[in-house]
Design a protein around this ligand. Structure first.
Ligand code: SAJ
Length: 418
């Protein structure tokens, strides 16, 4: 593909870095988002999310004229869809409404020869569903599900696999799984990604590409669940789980991940459900891992209540309303500002609803607390020293290696010294 125009639909944690990466290779990029504020911010050359080096890339892309953002799709050669795919309800059924809305938005500007790539993490069959929505909206064009290799429009799934916090490096260096609906669809997608991807573009079909992404995140979820379960077992047996894992990991074929307050983010805590909801009778281990990780915040809450009780035992003149609890970290993982699906937020919120005393939150990556945390006080690290119970939930760089506070301590990430 020589000097195409690329449209990226959804300018969030994946879409915006991807748009900036194409633009950095002097390709014209049209970014589309329904969020007017995000569009205005990007067009000023600024960013609305925290990701290392993204600000520089977006500023350069916009000022050099290779990237502009808009709320309405414009014609392009290739469309990349990077919108959220949450789940809904207690059954955790995948919610494809954002993909459907993106399909309806780009359908009017599609032209024969265009490539449409779904990047959003999706349940198996979503790419075919996307092609159906596009075909229904544009009966004048042919699509791979009916026309095969002769189709006017090429459709592929190319799941994003980058790690928040390392997006700008991983976008370039990670291998990409490219699942075209036909071999020609795959070839068109490979040519597109090769504009900036140094890693290998490995070709498969759309369904396998969808499942590959879900498998990667489920693998990690199951392994974190193992670590989280170990941490609860060790607590009961009075064994230091961190020492235990370090010892076990000295075995050449053992590599246990780290326990924490639970699993958060929009990916690992969500994607395994896309497998479970399609194959509930087969996906026992994957479901159980989700349940173990989802239960961990409740276990941490119980530990905080025990610590409050210990403090009261040691200070008979006080009652619960006198006990201040400081929680360190709200993001879903270290060194980012992203509070989505964060177990730390879940814990702090539940604590503030039941605890009679003050709850303080230390989160160096945000300026203000979300409304759901009304009643909690956002403070700097040095202001949290007055608390009676200290709970480390996220091992941000500002906390790592610091001395443990002298009062009651729960360190969910083994970040504090001593
Ligand atoms: N976590 C632990 N213990 C660990 C590792 C992680 O408790 O040893 C927790 C984190 O604190 C966090 C959650 O798991 O709450 C998820 O964090 P993560 O760093 O494992 O993953 P994400 O969600 O930031 O990114 C994942 C990545 N997938 C894999 O590593 C297989 C990334 O490559 C994907 O692109 C991303 O999901 C995505 O968008 O799907």
């Amino acid at each position: 593909m020589t000097s195409p125009t690329i449209s990226v639909i959804g300018l969030g944690y994946i879409g915006l870095p991807t748009a900036a990466m194409f633009a950095s290779r002097k390709v014209k990029v049209i970014g589309v988002d329904v969020n007017v504020k995000a569009v205005e911010t990007i067009n000023r050359g600024e960013i609305h999310i925290v990701e290392p080096d993204l600000d520089i890339a977006v500023h350069a892309a916009v000022t050099e004229g290779f990237l502009h953002a808009t709320t309405t799709p414009e014609p392009a050669d290739a469309f990349l869809i990077a919108v959220p795919t949450p789940f809904r309800g207690d059954d955790h059924d995948p919610d494809l409404s954002y993909i459907e809305a993106a399909a309806r938005a780009i359908a009017p500007v599609l032209q024969a020869g265009n490539l449409v790539v779904l990047e959003s993490t999706s349940p198996v069959g979503a790419t075919e569903q996307l092609a159906e929505w596009l075909a229904a909206a544009r009966p004048d064009l042919s699509f791979p599900q009916a026309a095969g290799e002769a189709s006017d429009i090429r459709v592929a799934h190319c799941p994003e696999r980058v790690l928040p916090g390392k997006v700008m490096q991983e976008l370039i260096h990670n291998d990409r799984v490219i699942g075209g609906m036909t071999p020609k669809c795959s070839a068109a997608a490979v040519a597109l990604y090769k504009i900036f991807v140094d890693g290998e573009c490995v070709v498969t079909n759309a369904r396998t590409a969808e499942m590959a992404k879900l498998t990667e995140n489920s693998f990690r979820d199951v392994n974190i669940a193992f670590a989280n379960e170990l941490s609860m077992i060790c607590d009961k047996l009075n064994i230091d789980v961190w020492e235990l894992i370090a010892l076990a990991n000295r075995h050449p074929r053992v590599n246990i991940l780290q326990p924490g307050p639970g699993v958060g983010g929009h990916c690992i805590a969500v994607d395994p459900w896309f497998i479970v909801s399609k194959t509930p009778d087969e996906a026992h281990l994957i479901r159980t891992a989700r349940e173990v990780n989802d239960a961990k915040p409740h276990w941490v809450l119980d530990k905080i209540k025990e610590a409050i009780a210990r403090h009261l035992d040691a200070n008979p003149g006080q009652n619960e309303a006198d006990v201040t609890v400081a929680c360190y970290g709200l993001a879903f993982k270290p060194d980012i500002d992203d509070l989505r699906e964060s177990p730390a937020v879940e814990i702090v919120k539940a604590l503030s609803q039941t605890h009679l005393g003050q709850v303080l939150a230390v989160e160096p990556n945000i300026e203000a607390l979300p409304v759901e945390l009304n009643g909690i006080k956002l403070v700097r690290q040095n202001e949290a020293g007055i608390a009676n119970v200290h709970v480390l939930l996220v091992d941000h760089r500002e906390f790592r290696g610091r001395n443990k506070p002298s009062q009651c301590v729960i360190d969910c990430r083994n970040a504090w010294k001593n």
